[in-house]
Design a protein around this ligand. Structure first.
Ligand code: PLP
Length: 409
């Protein structure tokens, strides 16, 4: 059911790029899983960060530096509230989800016991696989164990529970799959891991843009996400970590900002969260990020979720009318992502022709090659939805599919 107060046109008006044309056709942007578009309010805030506030943070007594620092720290408070973290000390700015996971794998991973085992799942993005493998290359005693999926793309929870043993020292999994759209029962998975004394990292890159996330309720040890997937600036992300862990973890990188005192006899490190923020951060992007949170909160994340779900259900139903359509990921609890193939058509050919009709979808392995291997395919076409997409765009997408499929078969 459409929501009475969901004015999608008013939302679209905030995104100048949506009035672009591709090859003379109206842009239909369905690649939101890779990155969402950015409202003018965020772009204006970035612009103002350069034009009005630019000075390095935490380093100066002068007015500009203090204003820039205040913008950055205001963002930290907003993020704390947005994910219900206990304190700003638990909110670390990174370059994105990828850097946040690398930080945890490298720093927290250095504390893992000899012969430790790390549980991942087959649906992980490479960002939640390769950092653990890099750790393993330095620590060959560590093992990685992988949870499988069932036919509809849900994690096999029995498999998950059975992988735990006395060596398990970490579990790390996505909240929402960027290919299948599956929303994993992370609360249940975290509670189980904790009952076995195992800490958990949740990769929330595909969850935070689409649902309310409360890290205190989840009780996860780490939660990571990227701003650019949630209408915010590129190049910034967040690592939430429980303070008790962050205090024990060694710094990830060394340099300015993260120290208390440096001498050639030794260095002491800054308090949290700065201990993990070496070097000049993207303070302009961070300063603008609250505008993206405003955008989401003004509409309401629950309203966005309902709208996206309606688009996905409608698109899924219409797509299944197309002969030879295979949709990968059919979990009842699914986010607004549809990965598909039609007959023997190569995903790349399909993406190229859809682009000619103005429809921007993603093709390929979506940085999830182990999942592709598990599904026995080389890649998919992926359409994904955001707050500004419309039912008319879904109709245009289906019409475009109906035009390109006969050409490619
Ligand atoms: N994890 C998931 C589930 C993702 O979908 C992505 C990006 O698509 C990432 C991690 C990596 O995010 P970033 O490239 O912003 O670091």
């Amino acid at each position: 059911m459409p929501m009475m107060n969901y004015d999608v046109q008013e939302i679209r008006n905030k995104f100048p790029i949506l009035s672009r044309r591709i090859d003379g056709k109206p842009l239909i942007y369905l690649d939101n899983t890779a990155t969402s578009q950015t409202p003018r309010s965020v772009v204006d805030a970035v612009s103002s960060g350069y034009l009005d506030f630019k000075a390095n943070v935490h380093r100066g007594v002068h007015t500009l530096s203090q204003e820039a620092t205040e913008l950055q720290e205001e963002c930290r408070r907003r993020v704390r509230d947005y994910i219900s973290a206990a304190s700003v000390e638990e909110v670390i700015f990174t370059r994105g989800t990828t850097e946040a996971i690398n930080l945890v794998a490298s720093s927290f991973g250095s504390l893992f016991p000899y012969d430790g085992e790390i549980i991942l799942t087959v649906m992980e993005h490479h960002a939640n696989i390769v950092p653990w493998q890099l750790l393993q290359s330095r620590r060959p005693d560590l093992k990685i164990r992988v949870v499988d999926i069932n036919d509809i793309g849900e994690l096999k929870l029995d498999d998950y529970r059975n992988l735990f043993n006395e060596h398990t020292c970490m579990a790390s999994f996505c909240h929402v799959s960027n290919v299948l759209g599956t929303v994993n029962p992370v609360k249940e998975m975290i509670d189980y891991a904790h009952s076995r004394g195992v800490p958990v990292l949740v990769d929330g890159a595909q969850a935070v843009p689409h649902m309310k996330v409360d890290v205190k309720y989840l009780d996860c040890d780490f939660y990571v996400f990227s701003s650019h997937k949630m209408y915010g600036p590129t190049g910034i992300g967040v690592l939430y970590g429980k303070k008790e862990h962050l205090l024990r973890m060694p710094p990830y990188q060394g340099g300015g900002e993260m120290i208390a005192h440096v001498s050639f006899d030794g260095t002491t490190f800054a308090e949290l969260p700065f201990k993990f923020e070496a070097g000049t951060p993207d303070f302009v992007g961070i300063g603008a990020f609250p505008k993206a949170l405003d955008f989401i909160e003004d509409i309401g994340i629950g309203n966005i979720a309902v709208h996206e779900h309606e688009l996905m259900e409608y698109a899924g139903t219409r797509m299944l009318e197309i002969p030879g359509m295979r949709i990968f990921g059919n979990a009842p609890d699914k986010s607004a992502v549809i990965s598909f193939l039609v007959g023997d058509i190569h995903h790349y050919d399909m993406g190229m022709l859809l682009d000619k009709l103005g429809v921007e979808v993603r093709t390929g392995h979506h940085c999830a090659q182990p999942l592709m291997q598990r599904l026995g395919i080389s890649g998919t076409v992926r359409a994904s939805f955001a707050a500004y997409n419309t039912l008319e765009e879904v109709d245009a997408f289906i019409a475009a599919l109906q035009r390109v499929i006969p050409i490619l078969l």
